[in-house]
Design a protein around this ligand. Structure first.
Ligand SMILES: [Zn+2]
Length: 213
């Protein structure tokens, strides 16, 4: 039925188009070769390589290895001296404090507070504990939309996953080299202790750079 019409069409195309389509192909090839926009997963190894962490930790002077943070003193190698990975105890303490704040503020107060401090890479508990979420590929504080994704979307997905897996995903940071939770993996973030608020972004700064992800 249509088999006959398919085969002649294929041969017709070959006869009719000796040279012109090839010129078109040549014209369209360069745009195809342009690099695709990065995804967080692919950006992580590229960024860690691009950041080229120093051989010696700037904080303690020991060989820091090729991780994102010093294995001896927790200094985050691509951030200013004094910015360290938050300890597991502080992370879990932060979760408890977050729960207390949610209850004490009848949820809505916490939610409003959170929507305000997301732009500083923080949640209410993180603000009180001087912790901050850092976006790894750009070595800077996570901004509003990334925080929203991390706190609302990613944590909801992991929460559903955890409900079926004995809550094991919640303890992921205990065996992760960079103390990332799974929602940190999804958002390409680290949680750091920033006791002197060195990574506090300026408001004018956050508005200048276009998509605040
Ligand atoms: Zn160190």
């Amino acid at each position: 039925m249509t088999k006959k019409s398919d085969e002649p069409q294929g041969t017709r195309v070959e006869h009719q188009a000796p040279a012109e389509p090839r010129q078109w192909e040549q014209q369209t090839q360069p745009p195809r070769q342009t690099p695709p926009t990065f995804t967080p997963q692919s950006a992580l190894p590229a960024a860690s390589a691009a950041l080229t962490p120093p051989v010696k930790c700037p904080a303690c002077g020991k060989a820091a290895g090729d991780e994102l943070s010093c294995q001896f003193c927790d200094q985050v190698l691509f951030l200013p001296q004094g910015i360290t990975l938050s300890t597991a105890g502080l992370r879990f303490g932060g979760h408890i404090l977050e729960g207390v704040l949610i209850i004490c503020t009848l949820v809505i107060g916490w939610a409003i507070w959170a929507l305000i401090v997301f732009q500083y890479g923080q949640t209410p508990a993180k603000q009180l504990l001087h912790m901050r979420v850092v976006y790894i590929p750009q070595a800077r504080t996570a901004r509003w939309w990334r925080m929203f994704f991390r706190e609302v979307i990613a944590k909801t997905i992991i929460g559903i996953l955890a409900a079926f897996t004995l809550l094991i995903p919640y303890f992921w940071l205990l065996w992760d080299r960079n103390r990332q939770e799974l929602w940190d993996k999804m958002a390409t973030t680290l949680v750091v202790s920033d006791r002197q608020d060195r990574l506090q972004p300026q408001l004018s700064d956050s508005r200048a750079v276009t998509p605040q992800i």
